[in-house]
Design a protein around this ligand. Sequence first.
Ligand code: NAP
Length: 467
Amino acid sequence: MAIETVNPATGQRVRTFEADGTAAIEAKLALAQTAFGDWSRRPVAERAAVVGRAAEILDTERQTFGRLMTLEMGKLIGAAEQEAEKCATGCRYYAQKGEEFLRPELVAESPGGRDEIAFQPLGAVLAVMPWNFPFWQVIRFAAPALVAGNVGLLKHASNVPQCALAIEDLFRRAGAPVGVFQTLLIGSDRVGALIADDRVAAVTVTGSEAAGRSIAAAAGGQLKKSVLELGGSDPFLVLGSADLDRAVATAVKARIVNSGQSCIAAKRFIVVDAIYDRFAERFTATMGALTVGDPMDPKTEIGPLATPAILDEVAAQVERSVAAGAKVLTGGRRVAGPGNFYLPTVLANVPPAAPAACQEVFGPVAALFRVADTDGAIALANATHFGLGAAAFTRDRGEAERLARELQAGSVFINGMVASDARFPFGGVKRSGYGRELARFGLHEFVNIKTIRMADLPTDPASRADS
Ligand code: NAP
């Protein structure tokens, strides 16, 4: 795959990059190793200050970063600027919480010793990242990893090289020493060799199931720690007592976030029979009335898909779903002309084996399902290989408690849409991956959780070797 910027709204090639060769990769690995020696020994407060300064730059330059995201992957300009702001919030969170999360936990203390659990960095962490949230996905790995004392090596998606270089530059300008955060301009064919290199301690990937399988296998082969943040086919349940207005408005937002290209976008809408017809009518009307067009225009509600390949895949998944018996309530086709545009689409009567029911559809395509009752809704919601997020609308407190417990997902949102937040762990179960990002759990993924037990030491301070 070429490493290049192609504007998804116009199809025009903007800039092409030469991939890093073997010598350049070797130099970056050597630099990462040297940088780790110094960075890992610095006080947490010093590392946190660098990440805090990155937050300030992200805030100040959110418009510039936003335009870059929109140019490279077609995100709506307003959402792109919000993404830069969210990155600033994420950096600030770890800058403030880093010392607390990394403070050793004292288990026992005696005059001659101390038992504690300490958190120490691992080394260079390789991050294989996707284009859909080209800044946020990287920052949510990098901010905790760097505060913890690791160094970062970024292999970003091949269609967002300018975002990748901008993030490297961001950390440099924030004061990170050379080599603490580096971007590798490489294709996915180079990832296996990097994982095998002794100077890479661990790997995190956010991406498709296929990428996750391949990277997990490579990491397993090297017995290296990996975190996988993979795809989803999130259910959105609407139960009998739901506030229908709020459910419809949130359902539309939850499906079209990032023009449908979000791992936690709601994809399967599971509605109880008693309100199915009313929900379907209003949801379809709202989806069908959305404005599709130029992502730089603030009035646009759905922009282009990031690449022609994604557009082809979404179109094929809808065609195969229709061939299997699904009915198109609105949309169901590409928009003629340049750019990777697909109409917001609602499918009904989707058979269980159709792509819209059992695969992740990474575009503005909603699948509606009618179920008899809450039991049926939970059963269908869980009848998937994925388990990233789940949303449900109900005004019944007992039902809400049951849904929160029984839905098989890394996150459950009642009367709201699934979203990531630096204060809460993010990740999935089943084929959506393993490990967690964000909160203290995310920071602790890439540390050596070390048991230290010290006994029988002289209690006289004058006996210290360095005194
Ligand atoms: P992708 O095709 O898997 O690519 C993601 C990254 O993996 C890219 O850097 C890609 O490099 C690389 N890659 C692909 N195949 C690889 C392989 N066999 N070995 C090593 N690296 C490989 O996914 P995408 O299309 O960019 O992103 C969409 C997917 O990401 C969706 O499935 C979405 O649900 C998932 N996602 C998950 C989360 C989460 O937190 N769970 C968040 C966002 C997105 P190239 O670009 O060079 O191919």
